[in-house]
Ligand binder design. Sequence first.
Ligand SMILES: [Zn+2]
Length: 277
Amino acid sequence: MPELPEVEVTRLGIAQPLQGALVRAVRLGKPLRWPLGADPGSMAGARVGSVTRRGKYLWLPLQGGAQRQGGLLLHLGMSGSLAWLGGAAPPAGPHDHFDLATDRGTLRLNDPRRFGAVLWSPAPDEAPAATLLSRLGAEPFDGSFTAAHFHAALQRRRAPIKAVLLAGDVVVGAGNIYACEALFAAGIHPATRADRISRPRAERLLAALRSTLGRALALGGSTLRDFTDVHGASGAYQAEAQVYGRDGQDCRRCGGTVQRRVQGQRSTYFCAGCQRR
Ligand SMILES: [Zn+2]
Protein backbone atom coordinates (compact mmCIF):
# COMPACT_ATOMS: atom_id res chain seq x y z
CA MET A 1 0.00 0.00 0.00
CA PRO A 2 1.20 3.54 -0.58
CA GLU A 3 3.24 4.78 2.40
CA LEU A 4 4.47 8.23 3.35
CA PRO A 5 7.17 8.52 0.63
CA GLU A 6 4.70 7.49 -2.07
CA VAL A 7 2.14 10.00 -0.82
CA GLU A 8 4.78 12.73 -0.74
CA VAL A 9 5.90 11.78 -4.28
CA THR A 10 2.24 12.14 -5.27
CA ARG A 11 1.97 15.52 -3.54
CA LEU A 12 5.07 16.81 -5.31
CA GLY A 13 3.53 15.79 -8.62
CA ILE A 14 0.23 17.59 -8.14
CA ALA A 15 1.08 20.61 -5.98
CA GLN A 16 2.39 22.79 -8.80
CA PRO A 17 -0.29 22.10 -11.45
CA LEU A 18 -3.10 22.38 -8.89
CA GLN A 19 -1.96 25.57 -7.17
CA GLY A 20 -4.43 28.24 -8.29
CA ALA A 21 -6.37 25.92 -10.62
CA LEU A 22 -10.10 26.62 -11.02
CA VAL A 23 -12.39 23.68 -10.23
CA ARG A 24 -14.85 22.98 -13.02
CA ALA A 25 -16.48 19.81 -11.72
CA VAL A 26 -16.15 16.96 -9.26
CA ARG A 27 -17.11 13.51 -10.49
CA LEU A 28 -17.62 10.58 -8.14
CA GLY A 29 -17.47 6.88 -9.09
CA LYS A 30 -18.34 4.01 -6.76
CA PRO A 31 -18.38 4.69 -3.00
CA LEU A 32 -14.97 5.00 -1.36
CA ARG A 33 -14.23 4.39 2.33
CA TRP A 34 -16.37 7.33 3.47
CA PRO A 35 -18.90 9.54 1.65
CA LEU A 36 -17.61 12.88 0.34
CA GLY A 37 -19.70 14.77 2.89
CA ALA A 38 -20.69 17.62 0.56
CA ASP A 39 -22.51 18.19 -2.70
CA PRO A 40 -19.89 17.66 -5.43
CA GLY A 41 -21.55 20.45 -7.43
CA SER A 42 -20.79 22.93 -4.67
CA MET A 43 -17.06 22.80 -5.42
CA ALA A 44 -17.32 24.13 -8.96
CA GLY A 45 -15.87 27.62 -9.17
CA ALA A 46 -13.48 27.15 -6.24
CA ARG A 47 -9.73 27.68 -6.55
CA VAL A 48 -7.26 25.12 -5.29
CA GLY A 49 -4.64 26.37 -2.85
CA SER A 50 -1.33 24.84 -1.80
CA VAL A 51 -1.53 21.05 -1.41
CA THR A 52 -0.09 19.82 1.89
CA ARG A 53 0.50 16.41 3.45
CA ARG A 54 0.08 15.13 7.00
CA GLY A 55 1.00 11.47 7.47
CA LYS A 56 -0.53 9.71 4.48
CA TYR A 57 -3.28 12.30 4.05
CA LEU A 58 -3.23 15.02 1.43
CA TRP A 59 -5.09 18.27 2.01
CA LEU A 60 -6.33 20.20 -1.01
CA PRO A 61 -7.60 23.60 0.14
CA LEU A 62 -10.47 25.04 -1.89
CA GLN A 63 -11.52 28.65 -1.79
CA GLY A 64 -14.71 30.03 -3.33
CA GLY A 65 -17.53 28.07 -4.96
CA ALA A 66 -20.76 27.49 -3.05
CA GLN A 67 -18.86 26.10 -0.04
CA ARG A 68 -16.76 29.32 0.17
CA GLN A 69 -13.98 27.86 2.29
CA GLY A 70 -12.82 24.32 2.99
CA GLY A 71 -10.98 21.56 1.26
CA LEU A 72 -10.64 17.91 0.43
CA LEU A 73 -8.81 15.41 2.60
CA LEU A 74 -7.54 12.60 0.44
CA HIS A 75 -6.17 9.17 1.39
CA LEU A 76 -4.91 6.54 -1.04
CA GLY A 77 -5.97 3.60 1.16
CA MET A 78 -4.58 0.19 0.17
CA SER A 79 -4.41 0.49 -3.58
CA GLY A 80 -5.13 4.07 -4.58
CA SER A 81 -3.06 6.22 -6.89
CA LEU A 82 -3.60 9.69 -8.26
CA ALA A 83 -2.97 10.65 -11.85
CA TRP A 84 -2.60 14.15 -13.23
CA LEU A 85 -4.18 14.33 -16.68
CA GLY A 86 -2.98 17.56 -18.23
CA GLY A 87 -5.01 17.54 -21.42
CA ALA A 88 -8.59 16.40 -22.01
CA ALA A 89 -9.17 13.52 -19.57
CA PRO A 90 -10.00 10.15 -21.14
CA PRO A 91 -13.30 8.59 -19.96
CA ALA A 92 -13.14 7.24 -16.41
CA GLY A 93 -12.42 3.51 -16.12
CA PRO A 94 -14.15 1.06 -13.75
CA HIS A 95 -11.66 1.80 -10.92
CA ASP A 96 -11.59 5.60 -11.32
CA HIS A 97 -13.73 6.81 -8.41
CA PHE A 98 -12.98 10.51 -8.13
CA ASP A 99 -12.14 13.25 -10.62
CA LEU A 100 -11.34 16.84 -9.79
CA ALA A 101 -11.66 18.53 -13.16
CA THR A 102 -9.99 21.94 -13.33
CA ASP A 103 -9.18 24.51 -15.99
CA ARG A 104 -5.64 23.07 -16.14
CA GLY A 105 -6.33 19.37 -16.14
CA THR A 106 -7.91 16.59 -14.13
CA LEU A 107 -6.80 14.96 -10.91
CA ARG A 108 -8.04 11.38 -11.00
CA LEU A 109 -8.11 8.78 -8.22
CA ASN A 110 -7.82 5.18 -9.33
CA ASP A 111 -8.55 2.78 -6.47
CA PRO A 112 -9.42 -0.86 -7.28
CA ARG A 113 -9.96 -1.88 -3.63
CA ARG A 114 -11.76 1.36 -2.66
CA PHE A 115 -10.21 1.74 0.80
CA GLY A 116 -9.15 5.21 -0.25
CA ALA A 117 -11.08 8.30 0.73
CA VAL A 118 -11.92 11.81 -0.41
CA LEU A 119 -13.57 13.80 2.33
CA TRP A 120 -14.87 17.35 2.42
CA SER A 121 -13.90 19.30 5.53
CA PRO A 122 -14.27 23.00 6.37
CA ALA A 123 -10.62 23.06 7.53
CA PRO A 124 -7.87 20.53 8.34
CA ASP A 125 -8.21 21.36 12.04
CA GLU A 126 -11.99 20.97 12.09
CA ALA A 127 -14.13 17.81 11.91
CA PRO A 128 -14.14 15.54 10.03
CA ALA A 129 -10.50 16.09 8.97
CA ALA A 130 -9.29 16.90 12.49
CA THR A 131 -10.74 13.66 13.86
CA LEU A 132 -8.56 11.63 11.50
CA LEU A 133 -5.44 13.79 11.68
CA SER A 134 -5.41 14.05 15.48
CA ARG A 135 -4.59 10.33 15.74
CA LEU A 136 -1.29 10.75 13.94
CA GLY A 137 2.15 10.74 15.54
CA ALA A 138 4.93 13.21 14.76
CA GLU A 139 6.10 13.90 11.23
CA PRO A 140 9.49 12.17 10.85
CA PHE A 141 11.14 15.21 9.21
CA ASP A 142 9.74 17.70 11.71
CA GLY A 143 12.88 19.20 13.26
CA SER A 144 11.05 19.82 16.54
CA PHE A 145 10.58 16.05 16.92
CA THR A 146 13.88 15.12 18.55
CA ALA A 147 15.52 11.87 19.62
CA ALA A 148 14.64 12.84 23.22
CA HIS A 149 10.93 13.06 22.28
CA PHE A 150 11.15 9.78 20.38
CA HIS A 151 12.89 7.99 23.24
CA ALA A 152 10.42 9.36 25.81
CA ALA A 153 7.46 8.13 23.70
CA LEU A 154 9.05 4.67 23.29
CA GLN A 155 9.54 4.45 27.06
CA ARG A 156 5.75 4.48 27.47
CA ARG A 157 5.22 1.52 25.13
CA ARG A 158 5.76 -2.15 25.92
CA ALA A 159 4.87 -3.51 22.48
CA PRO A 160 7.60 -4.66 20.06
CA ILE A 161 9.30 -1.71 18.36
CA LYS A 162 8.18 -2.86 14.90
CA ALA A 163 4.52 -2.79 16.00
CA VAL A 164 4.96 0.65 17.59
CA LEU A 165 6.46 2.02 14.37
CA LEU A 166 3.64 0.56 12.26
CA ALA A 167 0.95 1.96 14.57
CA GLY A 168 2.05 5.45 13.51
CA ASP A 169 0.93 7.13 16.72
CA VAL A 170 4.49 7.91 17.89
CA VAL A 171 5.91 8.83 14.50
CA VAL A 172 4.22 8.50 11.11
CA GLY A 173 5.83 7.22 7.94
CA ALA A 174 7.20 3.83 8.94
CA GLY A 175 4.96 1.53 6.93
CA ASN A 176 6.03 -2.10 6.69
CA ILE A 177 8.86 -1.80 4.17
CA TYR A 178 10.33 1.33 5.79
CA ALA A 179 9.98 0.01 9.36
CA CYS A 180 11.88 -3.17 8.39
CA GLU A 181 14.58 -1.20 6.60
CA ALA A 182 15.01 1.44 9.33
CA LEU A 183 15.28 -1.25 12.04
CA PHE A 184 17.93 -3.04 9.98
CA ALA A 185 19.86 0.19 9.43
CA ALA A 186 19.73 0.92 13.16
CA GLY A 187 20.74 -2.66 14.13
CA ILE A 188 17.61 -3.18 16.23
CA HIS A 189 15.76 -6.51 16.28
CA PRO A 190 12.08 -5.93 15.34
CA ALA A 191 10.81 -7.87 18.39
CA THR A 192 12.66 -5.62 20.88
CA ARG A 193 10.27 -4.11 23.41
CA ALA A 194 9.96 -0.39 22.70
CA ASP A 195 10.50 0.58 26.34
CA ARG A 196 13.81 -1.34 26.43
CA ILE A 197 15.38 0.76 23.66
CA SER A 198 18.11 2.97 25.06
CA ARG A 199 18.41 6.65 24.27
CA PRO A 200 21.41 6.15 21.89
CA ARG A 201 19.56 3.38 20.04
CA ALA A 202 16.42 5.54 19.78
CA GLU A 203 18.60 8.26 18.30
CA ARG A 204 20.05 5.80 15.76
CA LEU A 205 16.56 4.55 14.88
CA LEU A 206 15.18 8.04 14.28
CA ALA A 207 18.19 8.87 12.09
CA ALA A 208 17.71 5.56 10.22
CA LEU A 209 14.04 6.27 9.71
CA ARG A 210 14.82 9.70 8.29
CA SER A 211 17.53 8.43 5.95
CA THR A 212 15.36 5.48 4.80
CA LEU A 213 12.37 7.71 4.05
CA GLY A 214 14.60 10.35 2.45
CA ARG A 215 16.17 7.78 0.16
CA ALA A 216 12.75 6.36 -0.76
CA LEU A 217 11.54 9.84 -1.60
CA ALA A 218 14.58 10.46 -3.81
CA LEU A 219 13.84 7.23 -5.70
CA GLY A 220 10.17 8.02 -6.30
CA GLY A 221 8.94 5.71 -3.52
CA SER A 222 8.52 1.93 -3.72
CA THR A 223 6.41 0.07 -6.22
CA LEU A 224 5.58 -3.26 -4.59
CA ARG A 225 2.41 -3.84 -6.56
CA ASP A 226 0.93 -0.98 -8.46
CA PHE A 227 2.01 2.39 -7.07
CA THR A 228 2.89 4.98 -9.70
CA ASP A 229 3.45 8.70 -9.44
CA VAL A 230 0.97 11.12 -11.01
CA HIS A 231 2.59 10.68 -14.41
CA GLY A 232 2.54 6.87 -14.27
CA ALA A 233 6.20 6.27 -13.27
CA SER A 234 7.03 3.47 -10.82
CA GLY A 235 9.15 3.94 -7.69
CA ALA A 236 12.59 2.31 -7.47
CA TYR A 237 13.31 2.05 -3.76
CA GLN A 238 12.26 -1.61 -3.41
CA ALA A 239 15.30 -2.68 -5.46
CA GLU A 240 17.56 -1.15 -2.80
CA ALA A 241 15.89 -2.84 0.16
CA GLN A 242 18.38 -4.56 2.46
CA VAL A 243 15.95 -6.95 4.15
CA TYR A 244 12.37 -6.32 2.94
CA GLY A 245 11.25 -9.16 0.66
CA ARG A 246 14.70 -10.81 0.85
CA ASP A 247 13.97 -13.76 3.16
CA GLY A 248 16.30 -16.69 2.54
CA GLN A 249 18.83 -14.47 0.78
CA ASP A 250 22.25 -13.40 2.07
CA CYS A 251 22.41 -10.34 4.29
CA ARG A 252 24.30 -7.71 2.33
CA ARG A 253 26.11 -6.59 5.47
CA CYS A 254 27.14 -9.76 7.35
CA GLY A 255 26.52 -12.59 4.90
CA GLY A 256 24.01 -14.27 7.26
CA THR A 257 20.52 -15.18 6.08
CA VAL A 258 17.67 -12.68 6.04
CA GLN A 259 14.67 -14.10 7.89
CA ARG A 260 10.95 -13.52 7.67
CA ARG A 261 8.64 -13.72 10.65
CA VAL A 262 4.97 -12.86 10.93
CA GLN A 263 4.57 -10.18 13.56
CA GLY A 264 1.16 -8.63 14.22
CA GLN A 265 -0.17 -10.23 10.99
CA ARG A 266 2.49 -8.44 8.93
CA SER A 267 5.66 -9.94 7.48
CA THR A 268 8.78 -8.71 9.21
CA TYR A 269 12.14 -9.15 7.53
CA PHE A 270 15.38 -8.94 9.52
CA CYS A 271 18.90 -10.27 9.94
CA ALA A 272 19.50 -11.88 13.35
CA GLY A 273 23.22 -11.28 12.93
CA CYS A 274 22.93 -7.53 12.39
CA GLN A 275 19.89 -6.74 14.54
CA ARG A 276 20.07 -7.16 18.32
CA ARG A 277 17.38 -7.04 21.00
ZN1 LIG B 1 23.33 -9.25 8.64
